[in-house]
Design a protein around this ligand. Sequence first.
Ligand code: SF4
Length: 344
Amino acid sequence: MDDAAVSLLRKVSERKPLTEDECVYLLGFPEDSPEADMTVCFADRLSRIANDNTGEIGAQIGIITGPCIADCGFCKYAVGTTDADDFVMSDDTLRDYIGRITEHGDVTVISLMTIHSFDFEDLLGAVRVAREEAPEDVVIAVNTGDLTRQQCISLRNAGVGRAYHAIRLGEGDVTRLNPFDRLETVRNLMSASIGVVTCTEPVGPEDSAREIVRSYLGSEKEGFIHGSVAKRVPVPGTRMGGCGEVSDRRLMHIASVLLLSTAWKADVSAPVGYYGGFYGGFGKVYAEYAGNPRDPKDYSEKSEGRTVGWARRKLFEDGYSKIRKADGSTVPLDRDYLRMTGSL
Ligand code: SF4
């Protein structure tokens, strides 16, 4: 075992953050090395202690989809390559999704997702429907294109409590968006008192460890609630569909180093320091309904099948013994619970 890697993990156990160079050093080991395994085990252990081995489920619903002018090279909705039609979810369909998703009280967040270009009134209407239909303790979140400050205030007044917004790896090169516009939206959301979460994504094989670490640690300084990491999924027919993908093992290695680097930040609300969020693993799982940029089919729940039931099974298979409910209580996650919720 490499002595320097061991001493970096010891540094984390002494509740000290890791520097950019130290993260890059730990990511220099191959994903199948003992050093990587040790890092992954340590991060997993730390997160389970922090969340008392409790899993949490969020759900995303693609409410406004279709050809998107942002033209991201990795997305099935990119205007240059997509064959998707314009779609705005009806109020009744949204009500139906929310009723089913919240049926057992164990989904804490519902995120309404749109493409970059959309009619703001459609989004505002959907937020009002979601806020009306979901139990009060379920957070309504948005994952949208860029927003003005006034739009953010309107969303907040309609009941939005959280937002996802990312300045992606390669933003402006592999997308047609301006990173500064993305950042301005983040600031608009924050100034409207909407908590913003982010993610270093979409990580591909061409992204260096330093770029990834810099993006993650840089986001921490912007005031996000938390950051995490996600990989690029090759979607057939997109410009980057043939560019390969990092393995799940390497992604876990990256996520573990990032989690450990900021695990002891006391001034943030995520369970393990700054790291967190439904994209980032470690007991947080996203169910995905309707349109999804990574899924070639129109209704993701019918192809990838990442329903709330799937999320419960995934947490059970990953060894989580409880699920956090929207009201903050927890329930044992066992076969009886899976049976009772129709998840088997
Ligand atoms: S990832 Fe989002 S912004 Fe980019 S093309 Fe797809 S829907 Fe548009």
